[in-house]
Design a protein around this ligand. Structure first.
Ligand code: UDP
Ligand code: MN
Length: 273
């Protein structure tokens, strides 16, 4: 055995990080990411969008991918993006595929340190569930339970090892992922769960350090921020669901991501000192 085969000490360069975004959020959500956590993984992060923007292409050194999927929140079009994300990961040759939404903040060093505790040559599907019971599929018209499965919420982020991603190739590559989504009529993240848990017979491993805005962000204690992998935010009517972190004024930083970034990385240029 070569030493490299024994050594599981992956680094950031072994990770492919995809961020699903859209032209609707290119001037609201994207700039926050570009200013903060993108700076810590410029070579690893790829944005999957539905438009062309020369300025953003320059700012990311060509890491904006126009998927040519429609700019809509419909299942088919979100599945279209996930399909392109997965195909680009396969091409990249990286050891881990990690997907996030554009309302996530990713604590890049923590993501890497958690991935180091799993072997990319084994089959791993890491993430967080947002529901308390598995998805159940019933047979029509008798309504007999056919099967059930868990899935990792896309809005919290999830990671798939290369070994597992390669096993999914016959059913998911080259746009076949879109057919699966359409076939079972479920969203992109649920369809990933269907493929991995039901078709591949591999279980989701719960990693509670992933977080989506389906949780109450303010319940995360600041002394644990360094241990978390991802954070999120949302605004429902006039209520913001955001991380409770000291820092910038809420008018300047309503999502709290600039403040969170300075909490974690106070040496950054835009952080107060
Ligand atoms: N999104 C998209 N196209 C759309 C709307 C949303 O690609 O037309 C993406 C968005 O950029 C984000 C994800 O889908 O990464 C989830 O969108 P959002 O946070 O608006 O909705 P949620 O599903 O969290 O309620
Ligand atoms: Mn969201």
């Amino acid at each position: 055995l070569y030493e490299s085969e024994l050594n599981n000490n992956i680094t950031l360069s072994d990770v492919f990080i995809s961020v699903k975004t859209t032209k609707h959020y290119q001037y609201t959500r994207l700039p926050i990411i570009l200013k903060t956590w993108f700076q810590l993984a410029k070579q690893q992060i790829w944005f999957f969008t539905d438009t062309d923007n020369r300025q953003h292409q320059n700012q990311t050194n060509g890491h904006m991918v126009n998927t040519n999927c429609s700019a809509s929140h419909q299942r088919k079009h979100l599945c279209c993006k996930m399909s392109v994300e997965y195909d680009r990961f396969l091409e990249s040759g990286k050891k881990w595929f990690c997907h996030f939404d554009d309302d996530n903040y990713v604590n890049v060093p923590r993501l890497v340190s958690v991935l180091q505790t799993y072997n990319h040559k084994e089959d791993w599907y890491l993430g967080r569930t947002s529901v308390y019971e598995p998805v159940k599929i019933f047979k029509k018209p008798t309504n007999k339970l056919m099967f059930s499965f868990w899935f990792a919420t896309g809005g919290a982020g999830f990671c798939i090892s290369r070994s597992l991603a390669l096993k999914m190739l016959p059913v998911a590559s080259g746009g076949r992922f879109i057919s699966i989504c359409e076939g079972i009529r479920l969203p992109d993240d649920v369809s990933v769960g269907f493929i991995i848990e039901h078709l591949m017979k591999k279980n989701l491993t719960l990693v509670p350090e992933f977080h989506s805005h389906l949780e109450q962000m303010k319940l995360l204690p600041p002394e644990t921020f360094r241990d978390q992998i991802s954070f999120s935010y949302s605004k429902i009517k006039e209520e913001w669901n955001v991380v409770n972190v000291p820092g910038f004024d809420t008018r300047y930083d309503p999502t709290r991501f600039l403040s969170l970034h300075c909490f974690l990385f106070p040496h950054f240029k835009f952080c107060p000192r």
